[in-house]
Design a protein around this ligand. Structure first.
Ligand SMILES: [Zn+2]
Length: 364
């Protein structure tokens, strides 16, 4: 009989221990937030969670209606988001007294991204070090992906960290990577920034950011679509405007070189045309060699006219006139794009036109 009682008591004790263990598990689950929600009993964290959900809803609403809403409605929607963001920013300073719990693949929404969070939490809110991975799909066509790894507070990336931001639609994709100081989810502090689309990619090294904007200048390296380095230099401002570029400098030098070559080619051509006419003229000049006759330059023409008035130089005149016409056509053609006659090509054409006209006149 005693044995039976002992067994019953022992059984009850086991049941009690098991019950207590279950209760402890339940309490700890509530405190840590388990794998879903649960903000412990911190009112501030509960408020952060509520605002975070509100933010997510507002971001999704904006993305889904952006194309159909007018500018005023969009402004209101953005202001709505800003109001929630500001409240979250204020609560980001919240120094929670609840203990840090590590969670794994906890369901979490950040902005319009739905995903999971793995890392440190307080009262069920990302707080401390953690990784969030989320996606968002618009009309089953436009895909957004976001991953952040680093420090969190107020359910928002705050501190040091790195993020990858990817966006893809029918027209192409944009991939962004940032590593450095983060404040309220955006670049703030010293950081490295990289972005890529289907055409090219660019690294921005040693930049300093304030509220997502590049302050001052940053060195950059650019790569073409095949990943080959295509440029290097300096960018500045919120648009990452290129202010110094090795490629542009090289292209400028090449252009100058090309201009010099064109000028040289024109000079050579001009000289050869002149010589061929002079040589050709020799044939029309009875008993005189072209070379010696023309050594005096253009003035020689008239001296010849006086010394040999009987010679028929109509063929030479015709050749000079046809060249004058050729350069006149060229001159008016170039004037279409250069009405002020500022380019050397236009100036040269004008000079050649006048030169051959004068030479023809001198032979009359
Ligand atoms: Zn708290």
């Amino acid at each position: 009989m005693n044995k039976k009682i002992i067994i019953i008591i022992a059984g009850l004790a086991v049941a009690m221990i098991a019950g207590t263990a279950m209760l402890i598990a339940l309490i700890s689950n509530l405190v840590s937030g388990g794998s879903s929600v649960g903000f412990g009993d911190c009112a501030v964290c509960a408020k952060i969670a509520e605002l975070n959900n509100e933010r997510a809803e507002k971001y999704v609403y904006l993305e889904e209606n952006r194309t159909s809403m007018g500018m005023i409605d969009e402004t209101y929607a953005l202001r709505d988001i800003e109001t929630v963001e500001l409240q979250l920013q204020m609560l980001g300073e919240h120094d929670c007294s609840k203990s840090v719990k590590k969670v794994e693949d906890m369901e979490f929404n950040y902005k319009n991204y739905a995903g999971t969070y793995t890392g440190e939490c307080r009262s069920g809110i990302p707080c401390g070090e953690g990784i969030f991975t989320g996606t968002y799909k618009l009309n089953n066509a436009v895909v957004y992906e976001y991953e952040y790894s680093g420090e969190w507070s107020g359910a928002t990336p705050n501190g040091n960290g790195e993020y990858e931001d990817y966006y893809n639609n029918d027209f192409g994709f944009v991939y962004k990577y940032y590593s450095g100081g983060i404040k309220n989810g955006v670049r703030d502090g010293d950081g490295y920034y990289y972005f890529k689309n289907q055409y090219f990619s660019r690294e921005c090294i040693n930049g300093t950011y304030e509220n997502d904007v590049l302050i001052g200048q940053s060195d950059f390296i650019e790569y073409d679509e095949y990943g080959e380095m295509s440029d290097r230099g300096v960018v500045e401002g919120d648009e990452f405007t290129v202010v110094a570029s090795e490629r542009r400098e090289y292209e400028k030098q090449q252009q100058e070189l090309q201009n010099q070559q064109i000028q040289q080619w024109q000079d050579d051509l001009f000289a050869s045309i002149g010589n061929s006419i002079i040589d050709g003229l020799g044939d029309y000049l009875a008993g005189d060699s072209g070379g010696s006759y023309y050594s005096g330059g253009s003035g020689g023409g008239s001296s010849y006219a006086y010394s040999e008035p009987a010679v028929d130089n109509s063929a030479a005149i015709e050749e000079f006139e046809s060249l004058a016409i050729y350069w006149e056509d060229e001159y008016y053609r170039l004037l279409q794009d250069d009405p002020q006659c500022l380019n050397y090509q236009t100036k040269d054409a004008e000079y050649n036109m006048n030169y051959f006209r004068r030479r023809a006149r001198e032979l009359y």
